[in-house]
Every structure is written in C-alpha cells, then in structure tokens.
Design a protein around this ligand. Sequence first.
Ligand code: MN
Length: 448
Amino acid sequence: MVGLREFLLEVEENNADEFVRIEHEVDPKYEITGVVANYEKERRAPVILFEKIKGSPYRTVVNVCASRRRLAQSIGTTRDGLLAKYLTALDNLVKPKTVADAPVHEVREDNIDLFRFPRAIFHEGELGPYITAGIVVAKHPETGIRNASYNRLMVKEKDRMSINMTVGKHLWECWKAAGDSGKPLEAAVVIGNHPAWSLGVLYPGAFGVDEYDIVGGLLGRPLEVVKCKTIDIDVPAEAEIILECEILQQETELEGPFCEFAGYVVKETPKPVVRVKAITQRRNALYQLICGGAHYEHLLMGAIPMEANIFRAVKAAVPSVESVHVPTGFTCIISIKKRAEGQARNAILAALAADLYMKHVIVVDEDVDVTDLRQVLWAMGTRMQGDRDIFVIPEVRGSDLDPSAPKDGIVAKVGFDATAKPTLDRYPPTGRIPQEVLEKTKKFILSL
Ligand code: MN
C-alpha cells in the first residue's frame, strides 16, 4: 500500500533536488503562493513541504503534481512514457478492493473545525479560505455509479463549506438526482492524495466510468478503499484526511472570488452548501494544497488526462496520430504522420469535439517535438500560411473562464494546420546529418 506520504519519502530520497522543506512559519494567506511563484520564476516546481503553517497544526504539502517527471515516476514510467502509460491504463481498468482496516481511520476528530486546516488564500482579491486539493467522491442515488472529481470548496463555518460543481458535469448530476427525491447527496472529500489517484480522477471520461478503476489501471493494482464511518461512500484507505459530508439541496452560500487555472479571478456567486458530519485521518496527518491560478501544478494535473482523452479521440479520426501536448489552458499541439491531404483538419475537428475547453489546436508533422514550443513555432512559421491554413469556428460553447469571450462561455475555436503541404515527403528537405556521424561526433564531446 502506498499513499501520499510514502510517495513523498521516495521523492525526498531519490530526487532530493525536487523536494524542499520549509521550516520557518509561513502564513497561508499569500505566502504559500509566494514560495511557489518564486520557484516558478526559476522554472522550478519542487514538492514543497511547509513544516509550520500559521494558525494550523497541520504540516502542509503543495506542488505534489507539479512536474511531469514526478507524475511519471508515481505511476512507474518516464516523462516520455507518460501518455502511453495513461492510454494503457484506460485499456486495462482495475476495480478497487475493499479493506477492513485503514490508516485513514486511525484518528477520528470529534471536534469538527475546518478552520484548523491551513486557511489558504492564494491571490489578492480572494476571500477564502479554500480547500483546493480535495477529491470529492459521491454515488448516483439511483444507479449507485460512483463519481470522483476535484471541486473547489470554500470554508464558511466550522462544519460548512460552499462547493463549485460545474453545471452538467457528473457530481452535479448525482446531486440533482438526489434532489429529485428531496435528499442531500452524501459525499466524501479526500485530502492527501497519491499522484496516481489525482491523475485517474481527472480523466474527463463519460459518466459511468468509475475513476477508481482508472486509478487502478494507472497503479497496475487495485486501489484499496474503505467505507466511511457515517456515510455509504468508499474512500482510499491510505488517504491522509477524509471529510464525511453531505451536499445540501436548499441552502446556498457565496463561493468566490477565486483565481482559477486560466489565471483570472472568478467572481463570487451563490453555491450549494456542504455540511461536514465527521472527520477521520491518519496519525500526524499531512495536509495538501494545490495553488489556485495558472501555476504549474494546477495546469499540469488536468493537462495529462486531457492529453490522453484528446489522443484517443484523434486516433479514431487519424489513426497515425503520434502525440498530443497541452502546454497551457485552452491550447493543444498534436503531431501526426500525415498520410493523406486533409488529415490535419480531421485531427483538429476531433480534438475540438473531444474537449469542451479546447480552443486553439495546432497540428504539426511527426518530425516536430510537440513539447518543444520553439520547434512548434518553427513549423508554424515555415509550413503554414495564415490565409490558407487557419480556420475559425465561431460562436461555439467553450470555457466560461475565458475572459476574452464576448458572451459567457461562447468562444471562437481555431485550428492551425502547421503540417507541410501537401505532405512532408514532398516538402523541401530539412538540414539533416547522417546518424552515424551523430554517433561518431558524440565521442568528441566529453560530457556525453
Ligand atoms: Mn466522472
């Protein structure tokens, strides 16, 4: 069994440069983000463990999922193998296994007080405090189908939060269905999560796909789960903290303002209320946060499952798709081995259809490394003509987090065909060097 703390020990032992321990007291208002942002200025994103948080007894970790290399290691692969590993997991789902005893049941908190957790406020303009790294687990009240998702939670009182559930998405659907019979929806909030759990939960699959099965696929073994004490929900046995809750039907509380992944502060609006019935945790529980806003971790966690989802959709339209990369919100780069004219546009249409939020899709040939933005811009500069190779689909439903949209959530989706026309093998050759010469000249360079 491996949870977050075991994973962190591994990182600290094997990749010391990716693990930072901060001993002096840090104010959860802005200072956690301050530390993260200063590392990001240096283009670094280590795991950061705060030993002392002002006003809270909890040690707190941030940036667990902020690097592709770390995420890859958490599921036993390399940075370059991440997409393939995720796709394999989707084809090899593994059901969870119920266990009787769980570390997360070591301590039951009788005194429910959400303000004992770090009162996290990440950016100016936010009122907070927020719980940002909680996986919300619920079941559809009629079918029993489980759903697990990340939702932002604003702490309002000792045992009350307001929750952001995207209208039409799976958790919202479960909550609505419970409301049909006038009942609250039971839900557990899981805090302190192994990266594989996060990656699995974030897959944008169809309703009915149990996210725990994807986690099992990623781990290559069943996720061990245990039943909550006061609600009929199974949670990861190795989690650090569980909030046993119900999402109420009638009451609302203001939620927001909050800086979202697009980098802009979202206004406050009334949202459903979550009431906490019980808290269980591991001994010396470790608290976890994800910095809101456009920070590495927030963007990357969603990007990897999104890449797998888009890859699958594009593969159905263009079987010779090579790779997909989501470098930032609303944008993706796809490489294909174009075997026939027009396939770049098919790839663009498939990607835009597969992901509601996807807005700009760039397609390149297979000789371009999609993760190297300099190469991508080179392809756009030398294989694309704006009047011929850019096409715009106006007034499509997109993200409501895009402040440039003229109407809320209505955007223009754009495809950029940066592949060589008509095909790469009929295009001027690039400056290549014979492979044997590359090998031979390696010897001249001492560091290689
Ligand atoms: Mn779901």
